[in-house]
Design a protein around this ligand. Structure first.
Ligand SMILES: [Zn+2]
Length: 110
């Protein structure tokens, strides 16, 4: 087994396939900058890499870390939006009668 842990994958692109929403392909540049490998991610888990090295290679490791961080960021953002939405929706009891006049409290954020 190679000691490839010190290397860092040079991730260039993240490609989502519209026809297959569970599959994401990352394009990673080789360390000598001569080739591009495709790292496939299926339902959030790294599945394969097209490079020739022993699997799991550092491309797969780094892409998994990248994908995990991305998912956590999305989840954190969703939680922040939800918290803001709840905060905006909560009114003191004596103001609840005004909800019919302001739609703001029930507006869904996108
Ligand atoms: Zn690889």
């Amino acid at each position: 087994m190679k000691t490839a842990t010190s290397k860092q994958a040079d991730i260039r692109f993240r490609v989502e396939l519209k026809s297959r929403p569970h599959i994401v392909v990352y394009q990673v540049r080789s360390s000598d900058d001569t080739q591009t490998y495709d790292v496939t991610v299926v339902s959030g888990k790294v599945n394969n890499c097209t490079c020739k090295s022993y699997k799991p290679c550092y491309h797969m490791h780094d892409v998994q870390a990248h994908e995990d961080a991305r998912r956590q960021a999305i989840a954190a953002q969703a939680m922040n939006e939800l918290a803001a939405e709840i905060k905006a929706a909560v009114r003191p009891i004596d103001e609840r009668g005004s909800l019919n006049h302001t739609q703001r409290g029930f507006q869904l954020m996108r």
